[in-house]
Design a protein around this ligand. Structure first.
Ligand code: ATP
Ligand code: MG
Length: 241
């Protein structure tokens, strides 16, 4: 049946910058090229990737969206309240989010550097046991397969950290299952594997701002491919021996 194949509307439809409320575009985070020119970014599909060079502003924007949505700034579900380190910017105060009438039944915000804290909080809450007895990649895969229950909004910052290439492919499989339940993912990533998820919106952050592209146009994909095709050639250029 055709209607069954049309994915439901994403929970988060767009994020806009209320530019008139910004006092100055000369200071962080408003001086980042990704934010300076920002009007609105749309999330029309179930999976969106933020891709760009280190320091481009992906985490800054993802965290602001997460805080504005109602997630704890340190990561976790809406119920997690712990060890707050006021490291997120004020950007969320200047964002407006367009939300679908459908409400998610599950949600998670994974901050890039806080998985360990999160595992501790999850254990303290009794939400999960044994995460600390697993390796970084193993514990993340456990969360993905057992804690993420579907029909959810998942904001993930560099979820590939700690995952082997084959586990990254397993993550694509698990994401696909969760998308089929109507879930939405917004993922900041450097992984040329993850960003190939079919039909995803790839938002490229660079000096000119944020633009939509295709995974095979990203530096991440092009450079990884070029390197792996012939490591010796690229190493000769890099090391100049
Ligand atoms: N509190 C802060 N004050 C000033 N500058 C900051 C602050 N936090 C981050 N920055 C700067 O803002 C820029 C964007 O940081 P952000 O963490 O959003 O980048 P990113 O795209 O997520 O990079 P990466 O791929 O390395 O995770 C960086 O240059 C960073 O040094
Ligand atoms: Mg980051």
């Amino acid at each position: 049946m055709l209607s069954a194949m049309i994915p439901p509307q994403p929970f988060l439809l767009s994020a806009g910058l209320k530019r008139s409320s910004v006092e100055s575009f000369d200071t962080y985070p408003f001086n980042l090229p990704a934010i300076t020119g920002l009007q609105q970014i749309d999330f029309p599909r179930p999976v969106t990737f933020f891709v760009g060079e280190n320091g481009a502003g992906k985490s800054t924007l993802l965290e602001a969206i997460a805080v504005k949505w109602g997630f704890n700034a340190e990561g976790g579900s809406r119920n997690y309240r712990f060890a707050t380190r006021a490291s997120h910017s004020s950007l969320h105060q200047h964002l407006s989010l367009a939300r679908c009438y459908r409400k998610p039944r599950d949600g998670f915000f994974l901050r890039a550097e806080s998985f360990y804290n999160l595992a501790t909080a999850a254990e303290q809450l009794g939400a999960f046991h044994g995460l600390h007895e697993q390796s970084h990649g193993e514990s993340f895969m456990t969360m993905l397969t057992e804690r993420f229950t579907g029909h959810g909004l998942y904001l993930l910052d560099e979820p590939e950290a700690g995952l082997s290439p084959s586990r990254q492919m397993a993550m694509l499989v698990r994401m696909h299952d969760l998308v089929k339940t109507g879930s939405q993912f917004i993922i900041a990533t450097h992984s040329p594997i993850l960003m190939t998820y079919p039909g995803a919106t790839v938002l490229i952050f660079d000096q000119d701002g944020i633009r939509e592209g295709a995974y095979h146009e990203t530096e991440h994909y092009l450079i990884s491919r070029r390197f792996l095709e012939n490591p010796a050639r690229m190493l000769a250029e890099l090391l100049d021996d």
